[in-house]
Design a protein around this ligand. Sequence first.
Ligand SMILES: NC(=O)c1ccc[n+]([C@@H]2O[C@H](COP(=O)([O-])OP(=O)(O)OC[C@H]3O[C@@H](n4cnc5c(N)ncnc54)[C@H](OP(=O)(O)O)[C@@H]3O)[C@@H](O)[C@H]2O)c1
Length: 333
Amino acid sequence: MLTSRIAISGFGAVGRATAHLLLARRDRYRTVFGVDVRLVAVCGSRSGAFDPAGLAPDRFDVLEAGLSGPDFIASSGADVLIEAGPSDFRTGGPGLDYIRSALTGGVDTIVISKGALVCDGRALRDRARASGAMLKISGATAAALPTIDLLHYNLAGCTTLRVDGILNATSNYLLDAMMIRGVGLDEALAEAQAGGFAEPDPRNDIEGWDTACKLLILANFGLGADLMMTDLTVEGIQSVTSGHIAQWRADGLAPRLVGSVIRDGDALRASVGIRTYPPNDPFAHIAGKNKAIRIETDAMGEIVAIGGGSGPIATAAAALKDLEHIFQSRSLR
Ligand SMILES: NC(=O)c1ccc[n+]([C@@H]2O[C@H](COP(=O)([O-])OP(=O)(O)OC[C@H]3O[C@@H](n4cnc5c(N)ncnc54)[C@H](OP(=O)(O)O)[C@@H]3O)[C@@H](O)[C@H]2O)c1
């Protein structure tokens, strides 16, 4: 039986959900892949836990001070890193150093946070290529909604002509509430925050930055683009007024915050903004906290994927889908 040693950096809601799901699936990994999976290290910003024989959930409650940082993870002997720290697309966030260190050391890396991929995606890909490490990013690209895997696997060989995505559940919920129930943005936002699915600081969601991050990562990692955030036109939903809502209702249109990448000759152009859809368009029916992606290709036509859960468990499951793909690619089956 082969052994795979896993480390998780960033041990908040998603990191913990990933740890629990990973341990709950250990029998599956043994049966399907013939791999004994051990969670050898976890860490937050200042503390963590380590056991080369594998951590059990009772070690998650009280973490040990000082066990944190890229060097701690490197010294754990992990052969797979799952990075689940905060997303900061302006600096790359703390995840950047963990990911750089892991890829440099040839450690397969599953990235859930978006910041590092936005800020330094090309260099990270180069590091992975140089060391032979795999770099998987489902968690950072709308998680449970298949996006990057559609481009990499299902549409392999096709030329993608256009991608449109409703990639941010919070802004979709807010727009939907304004359209269907006639509430204002502030009221809808207060509801979403009370329900725990909008951040206390919701600007990244509302102003379109979270959508832009996912779109940029999809364009760069899925379509071979080399875009920076400054290449994107980004508009959010913060300026939607009751006048807009009344007009869209009168016209029978459904507004959605959509990120689009469009092939224009050899170039790819990306933007985020509100687009409106007639009732016969699938995007008109993406309600509430739902997400969707539509991909137009030269040879396979148009593909639409809708749904996928949001939240820590669905995100953890997307990261562990990446882990299974690593096992398959490494022929650990
Ligand atoms: N929540 C979701 O449903 C969801 C969905 C999709 C994607 N994501 C992405 O998943 C990531 C994690 O989200 P979350 O909800 O789990 O956030 P969270 O609960 O705030 O957890 C973030 C974790 O990162 C840790 N951290 C901060 N700086 C660190 C450092 N220098 N080294 C190691 N760990 C550090 C924090 O440690 P301390 O506890 O010590 O501060 C905390 O454990 C984010 O990038 C988010 O965008 C989340």
